[in-house]
Design a protein around this ligand. Structure first.
Ligand SMILES: [Zn+2]
Length: 144
């Protein structure tokens, strides 16, 4: 039994441990019992960096799932670059693909493979990694 000191009348009294608040038997004042288990605040779990599904928009507003699908399906046209606001590499991919297709198949095959890898990477990476690589990068031509 912990001994409490009533702040109101300065009398000491004992109280069971469990009661968070007790009435002073001398003056009737309500006294907090520091020995009682404190009510548990809702546990604050450290929020892991919001890691939603691949199609959830990240902080940049860009979804790596959309980027990945665009890269896999339409990547040779540079569409995935346009999606993340990198127009220059988008145009380069488009031109390389079109010119490469006309001249010979090798350059267009190169951009196809590039875009395919980028699309897969978008699904493998976390949203943070994705944005760092393709969206918020200072590089004007982010490849991987
Ligand atoms: Zn009292």
């Amino acid at each position: 039994m912990p001994t409490l000191n009533c702040p109101n009348c300065n009398q000491q009294f004992t109280t069971p441990f469990e009661t968070p608040q007790v009435q002073c038997p001398h003056c009737g004042a309500t006294v907090n019992n520091p020995a009682a288990p404190q009510p548990q605040a809702a546990p604050q779990y450290a929020q892991p960096a919001a890691q939603g599904g691949p199609f959830d928009a990240g902080p940049s507003g860009k979804s790596r799932g959309v980027f990945g699908l665009l890269a896999i399906l339409l990547g040779v046209f540079g569409v995935h670059y346009f999606y993340v606001g990198k127009a220059m590499p988008g145009v380069v991919f488009l031109l390389v693909f079109l010119l490469g297709f006309i001249l010979c198949g090798i350059p267009s095959a190169a951009v196809s493979v590039c875009a395919l890898i980028q699309g897969i990477m978008a699904f493998v990476k976390t949203q943070d990694q994705f944005e760092a690589t393709f969206v918020n990068t200072p590089k004007s031509f982010p490849l991987f």
